[in-house]
Design a binder for this molecule. Structure first.
Ligand SMILES: [Cu+2]
Length: 407
């Protein structure tokens, strides 16, 4: 007990982001810190309590001493950022594991993860496994960066509220050589905006920003994209050559092109602020959390986008605006680490009742109608990872194959 108290004191004193980031946030909002970051400090304290009191085998393999920490991009040193960037670029040069007979457009190891996301799109979004499957995907990607590309750090996240008023000012999106690249060139200007959920039926219309074209700077300027898009909101980008939904290879045809973005402070400032994230974290039950995370039920009415979609449309573009192939832009994993962090924070406010809380069926928005997801459901990542797990094994970041937490 004494030992734990010492540890907790140390945790509370650690800054979650760089001094410059806090300084900027303070100048802008008059606040010294994000309210939601307090949830993350509490989450770690509660999680240790919960895990140690369970006295399970998992506490002997994963505990307070060996749990690894995922950090905000701005909390990484420039050297650490460069190491992460180099590892992602390495996945862009290694050969794919997916055979061309399964996905004709796959050209590199990075694409295995995109092909898997495209293949499983309709059974992993707006479903009971949405949070668990994306936790598993993000972890498998982090594992590939480490095991196959020599990365020695862990998956960083992008803490939306810190940069909600001006995402392009974030060190993750400022276009510098230590960023994940910045905005696209001004492009696709004949398009007035991007419709949510679709251009054809927009409940919310995001206005065209300063980008819309190919990335203009930063390490991923020439990274490009081989698969998708399927439902791109950005219309001036070539459609995938395989768009027949009856074809199991739909979206997987070879379609080499540049990465495009249109960074949208209009979107991030409205739906990814500290207040928006706090409202989500204050959800009492899993239905409220699961639904509001993804834009509500029914989705995207009453001018509500939800942090998941708003995070994707903070960069938008191609493939960022296509929920099917969106992980073709490496930005995806910083955003989804934050999705995972917010879930972890919510779970660990009341870990005993929330760790295994599940809501949703096994089809997207329950269409066609299907059974509820269960903790015994098996998940796989196709050729992206050899590790298989059940949905139940993905519920706890300190059990199963996982042993990590967030700052
Ligand atoms: Cu996804």
């Amino acid at each position: 007990m004494v030992q734990r108290q010492l540890l907790l004191t140390a945790v509370a004193a650690l800054p979650l982001v760089s001094a410059a980031a806090i300084e900027r946030y303070r100048n802008e909002t008059g606040q010294d810190a994000l309210e939601t970051d307090e949830y993350s400090r509490r989450a770690w304290i509660n999680q240790q309590d919960y895990q140690s009191s369970k006295a399970s085998n998992s506490w002997t393999t994963c505990n307070a001493n060996n749990t690894v920490v995922r950090k905000e991009w701005s909390a990484l040193s420039k050297t650490q950022r460069k190491e992460y960037i180099a590892a992602v670029q390495c996945l862009g040069t290694l050969p794919p594991k997916t055979p061309l007979s399964a996905a004709p457009g796959v050209r590199r190891r990075y694409d295995d993860f995109v092909a898997t996301h495209i293949n499983q799109t309709f059974s992993v979004h707006n479903t009971g496994n949405f949070l668990g499957w994306h936790r598993y995907l993000t972890w498998a990607y982090e594992t590939a960066l480490r095991d196959e590309c020599g990365y020695t750090g862990y998956q960083p996240y992008y803490n939306w509220p810190l940069w909600a008023s001006d995402p392009a000012a974030s060190p993750a999106l400022d276009g510098s050589d230590t960023s994940m690249s910045g905005n696209g060139e001004l492009g696709c200007t004949e398009q007035a905006g991007y419709g949510i959920p679709t251009n054809a039926q927009p409940n919310i219309l995001i206005p065209h920003g300063a980008g819309g074209g190919c990335l203009k700077d930063g390490p991923f300027k020439d990274f490009g994209m081989n698969l998708g898009p399927v439902f791109s909101d950005l219309t001036c980008t070539p459609p995938n050559p395989i768009m027949d939904f009856a074809n199991p290879q739909f979206g997987l045809g070879y379609n080499p092109r540049c990465l495009k973005r249109d960074i949208s402070p209009w979107t991030s400032s409205q739906w990814t602020s500290d207040a928006q994230v706090k409202a989500l974290l204050d959800c009492d039950g899993i239905f409220c959390f699961w639904a509001n995370m993804q834009g509500g039920v029914p989705a995207f009415v009453d001018n509500f986008m939800g942090v998941h979609t708003a995070g994707h449309f903070t960069i938008g573009g191609d493939p960022g605006s296509d929920f099917v192939s969106s992980n073709g832009d490496p930005w995806f994993y910083l955003h989804h680490a934050q999705i995972d962090r917010v879930w972890w924070m919510w779970q660990n406010q009341k870990p005993a009742e929330r760790t295994d809380a599940l809501y949703g069926t096994i089809t997207l928005a329950d269409s066609p109608p299907s059974r509820n997801a269960t903790l015994d459901d098996e998940m796989d990542l196709g050729y992206a990872s050899d590790v298989r797990m059940t949905l139940g094994e993905s519920m706890d970041t300190m059990a199963g194959p996982f042993c990590y937490r967030y700052e």
